[in-house]
Design a protein around this ligand. Structure first.
Ligand SMILES: *Cc1c(COP(=O)(O)O)cnc(C)c1O
Length: 405
């Protein structure tokens, strides 16, 4: 029997302190030791199964980490208080002053700001490249380069990274490939394709209830332990620790991830196909017209579809704003950033989640003003949703552009 991530998750089984079917939540910041010697050894990182202090680790955070390692097929995983907490810790753990990073230019706005502006304080520099142009990626690598950074499916244009090819380049130069897989849990398994470190914003699909922010780093036991090192660990020393109560609730939500991903994908594919047939410019990796369709199809696990995100170009920011406000009024979803919720969420990335990216860069990336990013919800009757959305467009007199720019 072949192993799948969903089966790996299903096989995790818990017996709480009182035999409960959920693990008991560790509601303590600090832990007692029966002997002073054990406390010393724990500080030195030598005693497995001993807890020291919750910023280092807690049983609840370890349970969630175990589930994430099973999801991504990595040896271990650490959890953090946000996706950015996971991303910043990873980058600062790997890079020293004077180092260089090669990053995809189509990445989450916060990550872009961190790599473009913040790491300069530490004399770390980033070159942003088109991640689908493998020759350019390789050319950007210098002896100072310490990692290749990308998103498996990128925000907001849903560009698909060829993880296998990028991993080959990374191996050739003996540097890690770090992949943010927030948009494609279960669908893509970057570690199986050769990525060394896989990052998630748990805030999105994995938690799926839009009630907290959280993040994860999945990788080798060695790397995950190094992040927790009391003397040198960026996770430990920056202190972006996830609260145990939240870790426990995210773990519970993760158990329906496979069902939710299937529904998000099914609904998004339906709308993408319908609106494309109506003549709108749609970006969705499940459409044959999408530049990443073939890469996605070759890399993906078959059961979870092409994901819940799609973009639609309605021609102008005015149109985009009017359409989004109308959709919200019709109770078809929320005008809000973020993704992976049971209701559809929509925003215009140019003026919101990607606003950290300068206008000129936005144009180069193909990020137009009239672009709306949709995180398609778990709608029970997606045909009805489509009819209602079409009716909103009609009432607003928004028609597909006939000329392409
Ligand atoms: C949201 C997001 C992040 C940041 O995660 P937070 O939990 O908001 O800190 C990083 N990468 C991607 C792809 C995201 O969508």
């Amino acid at each position: 029997m072949s192993k799948t991530a969903a089966n790996e998750l299903q096989d995790l089984q818990y017996f709480g302190e009182f035999g409960g079917v959920n693990p008991s939540i560790s509601d303590s910041s600090t832990y007692t030791f029966l002997s002073a010697k054990t406390m010393f050894d724990t500080f030195e990182g030598n005693t497995e199964g001993c807890y020291l202090y919750t910023r280092h680790s807690s049983p609840s955070n370890l349970y969630l980490g175990e589930a994430l390692a099973a999801l991504e097929g990595t040896e271990a995983a650490n959890v953090y208080a946000s996706g950015m907490g996971a991303i910043s810790a990873t980058i600062m753990q790997i890079c020293d002053s004077g180092d260089h990073i090669v990053s995809s230019r189509t990445i989450y706005g916060g990550t872009y700001a961190f790599l473009k502006n913040f790491v300069k304080k530490f004399n770390i520099h980033t070159d942003f490249v088109s991640i689908t142009d493998l020759a350019t990626v390789e050319q950007a690598i210098s002896p100072k380069t310490k990692m290749i950074y990308c998103e498996s499916v990128s925000n907001p244009l849903l560009e698909v990274a060829n993880i296998e090819a990028l991993a080959k380049i990374a191996k050739k130069y003996n540097i890690p490939l770090v992949v943010d897989n927030t948009f494609a849990p279960l669908t893509l398994k970057p570690a199986a394709l050769g990525a060394d470190i896989v990052i998630h914003s748990l805030t999105k699909f994995i938690n799926g209830t839009s009630d907290c922010v959280a993040g994860a780093v999945c990788g080798s036991s060695e790397f995950c332990l190094s992040l927790k090192d009391v003397n040198h660990g960026a996770g430990m020393l920056f202190g972006s620790t996830l609260d145990s109560l939240r870790a426990a609730s995210i773990l519970k939500n993760m158990r329906t991830l496979h069902i939710r991903m299937q529904k998000h994908s099914q609904n998004a594919l339906f709308l993408a196909q319908k609106f494309e047939a109506d003549g709108f410019r749609i970006a969705y990796p499940g459409l044959v017209s999408h530049p990443g369709y073939e890469t996605m199809t070759a890399q993906m696990k078959p059961n979870y579809g092409y994901g819940g995100l799609m973009t639609m170009d309605v021609g102008s920011l005015e149109n985009a704003n009017a359409f989004m406000e109308f959709l919200q009024k019709e109770k078809l979803g929320y005008l809000a950033v973020s993704l992976g919720f049971y209701k559809t969420l929509f925003s215009a990335p140019g003026s919101s989640t990607s606003s950290e990216i300068p206008l000129e860069e936005q144009h180069k990336m193909g990020l137009s003003n009239g672009l709306i990013r949709f995180s398609i919800g778990l709608d029970n009757d997606i045909e009805r949703t489509y009819e209602m959305m079409k009716s909103c467009l009609k009432q607003l007199k928004i028609v597909p552009k006939t000329t392409s720019v």
